[in-house]
Design a binder for this molecule. Structure first.
Ligand SMILES: [Zn+2]
Length: 333
């Protein structure tokens, strides 16, 4: 199968007329050819931190809506279901997500229960985390909300971090307002991202100290306006995420909306797309294609680079969404 369009090669910062050749789910060639197609082909969008539970649907249903907006993958913390069902709940999310083409990448919730004052339905301790980190279906250690535990060298917390490191899996942060020496120590523990920044200065400090900062814009917290001015300079270390996306909001759009808003602010489209498509794949080591020869054929077609109206979404070479509102009747899910 061949797909023609203006190919956006984000990694090499170029756009050219060409075609993508797909064989057995992979890109076997990308060729420069002349044609009259005006659409753009680019890698799919990745939500770098989203709790699927907040969309009030199971992963397989979430996928049907997300692919319409050009989302091909998520990095997801199954924290909410784990609070109720523990590891069993995490396993359910992984198995349910495997039923559909969208590439869910689940982490191990690091703080279940979230606080000792919570009457949660389950506990995930360091021994559970060890087993989860050894599971290839678990891609990272999810948001370390217990930052006092990190700062005061809580033994159980440090063990969880150690298990992630021993398996070469990234450790996500969650440290709203943490600054100065405290954030320095938090980072030194091996925590490499934060999606909780709500001011420019806080995000800048975390970036300067080596963290990757996720610009969060969801149904609950909205930090896009506060943080987007950092993207032009720090595009190599930023990503986009929703954290929580209620179903009515998910119907309207996803990461595609954030690209539209960032480009409307005059930010270079390559920088915007690097944050939206490339950085999550590289940081979390995801098996998601970036529109290069040999990659999984995960890409989208959009009509222009202002609104990013998604015309088609491909995952592993399969057309999974076409022309917006139509939910994926055309594909296998
Ligand atoms: Zn979160």
């Amino acid at each position: 199968m061949n797909v023609k369009g203006n190919i956006i090669d984000i990694l090499n910062k170029r756009i050219f007329k060409g075609e993508v050749v797909i064989e057995n789910g992979y890109i076997s060639a990308i060729r420069e050819v002349n044609h009259e197609v005006e659409n753009y082909i680019l890698p799919g969008f990745v939500d770098a931190h989203i709790h699927i539970e907040s969309s009030m649907v199971v992963p397989s249903e979430f996928a049907k809506i997300a692919v319409v907006h050009g989302t091909v993958a998520t990095v997801s913390d199954p924290h909410e279901i784990a609070n109720v069902l523990g590891v069993k709940g995490v396993d359910f999310m992984i198995e349910n997500g495997k039923k559909v083409p969208l590439k869910f990448n689940f982490g191990a919730p690091s703080c279940v229960p979230a606080t000792s004052f919570e009457s949660a339905g389950a506990i995930i301790d360091a021994a559970d985390i060890k087993l989860m980190m050894e599971n290839p279906d678990i891609k990272y250690l999810a948001e370390m909300m217990n930052y006092p535990g990190v700062l005061f060298d809580d033994e159980e917390v440090l063990k969880k971090i150690e298990h992630a490191k021993n398996n070469n899996k990234p450790i996500d942060g969650h440290a709203p307002g943490l600054r100065g020496d405290d954030v320095t120590k938090y980072i030194a523990a091996g925590i490499s991202t934060d999606h909780e920044c709500f001011t420019y200065d806080e995000a800048l400090e975390k970036l300067q100290k080596g963290m990757k900062v996720l610009i969060r814009e969801g149904s609950a917290a909205k930090n896009f306006e506060a943080l987007i001015a950092l993207l032009p300079e720090h595009f190599e270390n930023m990503m986009f995420c929703s954290d929580d996306k209620h179903p009515d909001d998910l119907l309207l759009g996803h990461i595609n909306q954030l690209c539209e808003r960032a480009v409307a602010k005059g930010i270079d489209v390559f920088k915007v797309l690097q944050a939206a498509c490339v950085n999550p794949v590289k940081h979390y080591n995801l098996e998601v294609g970036l529109l290069q020869k040999g990659d999984a054929a995960d890409f989208i077609l959009v009509d222009n680079l202002k609104e990013f109206n998604v015309l088609e979404t491909y995952i592993n070479g399969e057309l999974v969404a076409k022309n917006g509102r139509k939910f994926c009747e055309i594909c296998s899910f």
